[in-house]
Design a binder for this molecule. Structure first.
Ligand SMILES: NC(=O)c1ccc[n+]([C@@H]2O[C@H](COP(=O)([O-])OP(=O)(O)OC[C@H]3O[C@@H](n4cnc5c(N)ncnc54)[C@H](O)[C@@H]3O)[C@@H](O)[C@H]2O)c1
Length: 346
């Protein structure tokens, strides 16, 4: 089976590429290497798989090179993961965010429509398409907010509400993907992802919160070993905001399962996350990290972040029913594995 992965040197893309190459699939990656860590991921893939695969350094905004590559390779499956991924960057440069996330996605869709209409296109959207959910009733408990009217999480019938340029650009691409299935019969699938984490994720303060705080915890452990004061970091809000988290091993399984069961999921949007069992607040994550590493994290609180959801936990009933896929890695074991990986790159 031949795959094209845009953004294949990012966190999700490099893990997906690695798993596909390990099982003998053909892989072509298109990436502009703009993300911190992308070059390391490229080197990592080369070190593991030599030149059994192809890398093209291109930008999804460049419709000519996107079209030429799709015309030439006619991939069986295309995972469109390249994107501008940070809310903060979208506020600083909304045009850049639009061009990468909307124009880049339309470039992919148009090339598939014109040159390879049987290609399966998997798109990594986000739970941010549901906005800040400020109309939901919340209760504040000791370590987390809860949304008592949504005990099983938020499903795909939750009203779309695009907040922030990032929400608008990811949401537009999400809708274009679904519309190209409707109007042109393309086999597109939209995954509305909650937070994802795992090895090869080079987290930053504004993207990849599990990875970022695991990194802070490793730094705290190192300071403790050297008898230095605990390094301080900042968090937005009171730390009771809740997300469901999904480990990379489960993401790889999802993408391959969707391709194998495309008749069940073409033209569908699916909420993807670890679900209620794998939901965590920041405060709960800190307690977990303190326990695992025998440290005491020290942080300062900033005002809540613009458009931040108090609670987003994906209801994953639709994907379980449609694809018979469900997360297998608990957050507890996934975070232990993440910490082990972070220690190897210190
Ligand atoms: N990681 C998460 O928790 C999360 C949550 C929701 C949605 N998503 C979405 O999933 C996708 C993959 O996420 P990730 O965590 O692997 O992101 P990532 O930032 O690690 O990877 C994105 C890759 O895209 C590349 N890229 C960026 N702009 C490009 C461009 N213009 N042309 C070509 N390549 C470009 C980057 O160099 C990088 O290698 C993203 O689209 C993101 O919006 C991620």
């Amino acid at each position: 089976m031949n795959w094209l992965i845009t953004g294949g040197c990012g966190f999700v893309g490099s893990n997906l590429a690695d798993a596909l190459l390990a099982k003998g699939d053909d892989v072509v990656i298109l990436d502009n290497l703009s993300r911190v860590g992308s070059r390391d991921n490229l080197d990592w893939l080369r070190s593991r798989h030599g030149d059994e695969w192809r890398f093209q350094e291109s930008d999804v905004r460049d419709s000519e090179s996107v079209s030429a590559l799709i015309k030439e390779t006619k991939p069986y499956a295309l995972a469109h993961l390249a994107g501008q991924v940070a809310m903060t960057t979208s506020l600083q440069n909304p045009r850049l965010d639009f061009e990468i996330n909307v124009l880049g996605s339309v470039n992919i869709l148009e090339a598939v429509r014109l040159y390879s209409p049987s290609t399966i296109v998997l798109y990594s959207s986000t739970n941010k398409v549901y906005g800040d959910l400020d109309w939901v009733r919340y209760k504040e408990l000791e370590t987390r907010y809860i949304a008592p009217d949504y005990p099983g999480g938020f499903n795909e019938t939750t009203p779309l509400s695009f907040h922030s340029p990032y929400g608008c650009s990811k949401g537009s691409a999400d809708q274009y993907m679904l519309d190209y299935a409707r109007m042109f019969g393309l086999q597109t699938v939209v995954f509305r992802h909650s937070s994802m984490y795992g090895g090869r994720q080079f987290a930053t303060y504004d993207q990849g919160w599990i990875g970022w705080f695991c990194q802070k915890a490793i730094e705290a452990k190192q300071a403790q070993k050297r008898c230095l004061p605990m390094p301080r970091f900042t968090i937005y809000g009171n730390g009771k905001q809740v997300r469901d988290v999904l480990h990379k091993a489960d993401i790889v399984g999802l993408y391959t399962t969707a391709v194998a069961s495309i008749e069940q999921c073409a033209g569908e949007a699916l909420n993807i996350g670890g679900g209620m069992k794998n939901s965590l607040s920041l405060l709960e994550l800190f307690t977990l990290l303190d326990g695992i590493l025998d440290i005491k994290l020290v942080y300062d609180n900033l005002p809540p972040r613009e458009s931040d959801q108090k609670v987003f936990v994906a209801s994953i009933n639709k994907v379980i029913k449609t694809l018979k896929w469900r997360p297998k890695v608990s957050y507890h074991s996934g975070i232990n594995i993440m910490l082990e990986w972070l220690e190897t790159i210190q």
